[in-house]
Design a protein around this ligand. Structure first.
Ligand code: ZN
Length: 201
């Protein structure tokens, strides 16, 4: 099954996805879908892909942060983002809660908002309760970049995009991100964009 990623503006991205039954998860259709989503995510490439992004309003997302994606990222940036490899897995019918009050803010992108990026504030750590690709109940406790991926993907299942949460003044094309912002510490970007000067306008 060859899947196509839909772009912002497609109403499927704004619907609340429906949960899957354990029977469906163990059935061949969903198994095949998970495999196709994995291929689609690798091809993109991306670290997460939610079913609504391929036009299906199902509470299903796949996640994988491969070590090979990290070799072009400076060590300092991996450390700042607490980005570590995450093996392939699916999350199904997830619920999510923040662990603690701590937030982090980094540039984030989305395969369905292709070519753009923006600063998004997210919980640093989360707990996700879901079913896995075998229909088994699973609790994931994650921090750092993996926690951000989980929040981003679960937003998709609720009809949300990162642009609903972004610091709008930080919105940038990827080209300009590379030219002006890449590699700068987030605190410097925040002050350059006057993100902390609320009430000035
Ligand atoms: Zn996305």
């Amino acid at each position: 099954m060859k899947l196509e990623i839909v772009q912002a503006g497609n109403p499927v991205l704004r619907q609340r996805a429906r949960p899957l039954s354990v029977e469906e998860i163990r059935g061949s259709e969903i198994r095949k879908l998970i495999e196709s989503m994995r291929e689609c995510m690798h091809e993109a490439p991306g670290v997460g892909l939610a079913a609504p992004q391929v036009g299906l309003t199902l509470q299903l997302a796949v996640i994988e942060d491969r070590e090979k994606y990290h070799k072009d990222v400076p060590e300092e940036q991996l450390r700042e983002r607490e980005r570590r490899p995450v093996p392939f897995h699916a999350i199904i019918n997830p619920s999510i809660e923040a662990i603690g009050e701590e937030k982090t803010e980094f540039f984030e992108g989305c395969l369905s908002v292709s070519g753009y990026s923006a600063l998004v504030s997210r919980a640093r750590a989360v707990r996700v309760t879901c079913l896995d690709e075998n229909g088994q109940r699973k609790i994931i406790e994650a921090s750092g970049w993996y926690a951000r991926i989980l929040q981003h993907e679960i937003d998709h299942l609720n009809g949300m995009l990162y642009i609903d949460r972004m610091k709008t003044r930080s919105f940038t094309s990827m080209e300009n991100w590379v030219e002006f912002w890449k590699g700068k510490p987030v605190s410097a970007i925040q002050s350059q964009l006057e993100l902390e000067s609320s009430g000035r306008f």
